[in-house]
Design a protein around this ligand. Sequence first.
Ligand SMILES: Cc1cc2nc3c(=O)[nH]c(=O)nc-3n(C[C@H](O)[C@H](O)[C@H](O)COP(=O)(O)OP(=O)(O)OC[C@H]3O[C@@H](n4cnc5c(N)ncnc54)[C@H](O)[C@@H]3O)c2cc1C
Length: 460
Amino acid sequence: MPPNMKQGGRLVVIGGDAAGMSAASRARRVRPDVEIVVLEKGRDVSYAACSLPYYIAGLLHDRSELVARDIEFFRGERQIDVRLGAAVDELLPRKKLVAYQDAATGERTTLEFDALVIATGARAVKPPLPGIDMPGVFTLRTLADGTAIKEEIDAGGVERATIVGAGYVGLEMAEALTARGIEVTVIELLPNVLSTYDPDMGAIVEKELLAKDVILHKDRRVDGFEPGDRSGRVGYVLTGGQRLATDLVIVAIGVRPAVEFAAAAGVDLGAGGAIHVDARQVASDPFVLAAGDCCEAMHVVTRRPVWIPLGTTANKQGRIAGGNAVGGDSRFGGVAGTNVTKIFDLIAAQTGLTETAAAAEGLDADSATITAASRSHAYPGGGRMTVKLVFEKGTGRVLGAQIVGEERVAKRIDVVAAGLHAGMTVADLAQIDMSYAPPFAPVWDPILVAANQARKKAAG
Ligand SMILES: Cc1cc2nc3c(=O)[nH]c(=O)nc-3n(C[C@H](O)[C@H](O)[C@H](O)COP(=O)(O)OP(=O)(O)OC[C@H]3O[C@@H](n4cnc5c(N)ncnc54)[C@H](O)[C@@H]3O)c2cc1C
């Protein structure tokens, strides 16, 4: 059970972004009397990492547009004691103590808590390759990372860039850098881009990249970086010894949960090496809760813990953890891994399991793929979209969907996400009363067309 905090007790939150500030804000709303301290090792709180590619592309003009709420709001209006430059490096759960180092003074402070929320998020994977710390080689995770990349480009002379990793962050950056007039090369270890999608859906995205003049090297690994020459500021070596030069590198090969001090304190880890939590966000110690990218969540399809780090989940889990830390009793409803991303003129979205993931889970899965118009043929504009609906053979239970198309993809994926939470079959999905008018959808929405196809296949 979560702790029932005494009058005037102290909640400490570690991490001041989506999950941490949601937790602190919720706790304040539930308990005006308790002391709330947020320890954030960086210089920013409540920032929108998700908008960094658009900031670098030049769509946002000021860094302040990335900050949802500034620190004065939290300190003043919410009465939250936010301490910046406070990097926690030790947790003593039995003594209910955390210790942190002040980045400015180097001073170490020990702080007692009645309840603790760990919201330390994730960090970008930086492989120990030769030259990885060279100037011109970046990762993109924090506001500081995004600002550094933008400043490098703004300073001029970046004509070519190389992105290592063709996941959604890498591909959003391919678009952002192209928009800045930079020639982009993407290096991907796997044989397909956007590897959380099935290869047939990733192939549609790959065509778009090539159409937009992105140079793509698949099935290739970067083995190291070295000083550049006259043809580029940074050199890099691909498997097999091929040497290439570029002006800027972004390593976007994924993230790992930031759980070092928690693990050292004996807090149990679970899926993906993230902190194990129950539905109330309580970790293995009853006074320690966790939320966001540093912890796992229950998958609504498999009913098993998974680690799918996303901003939507961080906000929801943070809210639940913050309320529960001060005496509430809410439960998190789980994740379907729903996400959407814009890659040049295409939108890719997914929810639930891909066919590949369903097979890996040992499920007897099948799929129906259709391509349809996003609006009525009797209305100008619109575009095409490909919908792949994954379902369980026999029962017809919906397991997931992927959609790649030119517009209104997000509206459709959210319908399937709702279906996953409700445990619908493809026959249920085919019956949904979806909205229709020519400017918005065809009378048979692409989701209904895919569900009907799947229903026929499921019936055998
Ligand atoms: C480029 C990019 C695009 C993205 N796009 C999307 C999107 O479109 N949709 C989506 O849902 N998600 C997206 N995400 C993911 C989303 O940003 C994260 O899921 C979200 O930020 C997680 O929030 P969090 O609070 O759990 O962790 P974080 O945002 O990682 O914040 C954790 C905080 O804890 C601090 N911290 C860590 N360790 C310590 C310590 N020891 N002591 C003190 N402080 C510490 C860190 O400095 C950090 O500020 C994107 C991420 C990136 C990088």
